[in-house]
Design a protein. Structure first.
Length: 282
């Protein structure tokens, strides 16, 4: 009897797993709309993970929210949005796809595209992932597979710059008239010291500061090389880190949202900063 139950349970688990894979495959093979005026590219900082309802029709794996800064910015500018952001994605995924059956995020850029924003690079250099593992925010099981943070010298910031330049070149080939904005990550760590809400030690805080600075430098360099606009959210959010009184970034165990990711205030501030940069530059 117990053996029969075990076989039935195993079959049910296998069927469920197969169904999940099938759903993810179908979502990944769906061709994106290429007629949007505004195309948003990037990872979870742009996807608005944990900030609101799932964006209708978006792949489950992307954890894309209607409260991320691209949706706020699209409403502010009165533009139709094609949101291609996906939690966990890298600059390679923007260029070539390959994230859980998903194609290149770039595939949504077309001749009618007038604006493209890009927030990426953090996953390329294990910025936020290391913070989540070190603080326990990724869960006990996740921490079992974490071998500790990579040294700063083994993180390929130059490749991030190169990929950004390649992304921008590809966008210009598809949409020559589009404005392209590289949007940096809001400051996570305070400029000095730390707080209990981070749940990491001083050594990890120092490493995170160094990674954030080099990621900003890599993004800024790509903007300079390609002529794209860079919105420096690291500098703009310097007084709104995870330890501040008015944070734009969550700490390790937020009541709302996702650990070490933007708060609703952070998403709003990012949308406003991009809007201001575009208005000033137009």
């Amino acid at each position: 009897m117990l053996e029969e139950i075990a076989v039935i349970a195993a079959g049910a688990v296998a069927a469920f797993a197969l169904a999940v894979v099938g759903i993810l495959f179908c979502q990944g093979r769906r061709k994106p709309c290429t007629t949007g005026q505004y195309v948003a590219l990037g990872s979870s900082f742009a996807a608005g993970i944990g900030l609101g309802p799932r964006a209708p029709g978006s792949p489950f794996v992307c954890m894309r929210s209607t409260a991320g800064y691209p949706h706020l910015l699209a409403r502010m500018m009165g533009l139709s949005l094609v949101d291609m952001t996906c939690s966990g994605s890298t600059t390679e995924h923007i260029l070539h796809g390959g994230q859980v059956f998903l194609g290149p995020q770039l595939a949504a850029v077309g001749p009618q595209t007038r604006l493209v924003t890009i927030t990426s690079g953090g996953n390329d250099v294990r910025y936020i992932g290391d913070l989540m593992f070190a603080s326990g925010s990724a869960g006990t099981i996740g921490k079992l597979f974490w071998r500790g943070p990579k040294p700063i010298g083994s993180r390929d910031f130059a490749r991030v710059t190169d990929n950004f330049v390649r992304i921008i070149e590809a966008i210009r080939a598809r949409a020559p008239a589009a404005k392209i904005v590289l949007v940096g990550y809001p400051a996570v760590m305070p400029a000095e010291g730390l707080c209990a809400g981070l749940r990491i030690d001083a050594k990890m805080v120092d490493l995170a500061r160094a990674v954030a600075e080099k990621l900003d430098d890599a993004t800024r360099a790509a903007a300079a090389l390609s002529g794209a606009l860079f919105v420096d959210m690291g500098a703009l959010g310097a007084q709104h880190d995870a330890c501040s009184a008015e944070p734009w970034i969550n700490g390790a165990a937020p009541a709302h949202g996702t650990a070490f990711h933007p708060t609703a205030a952070g998403a709003k501030a990012t949308a406003e900063a991009v809007f201001a940069a575009l208005s000033y530059g137009s």
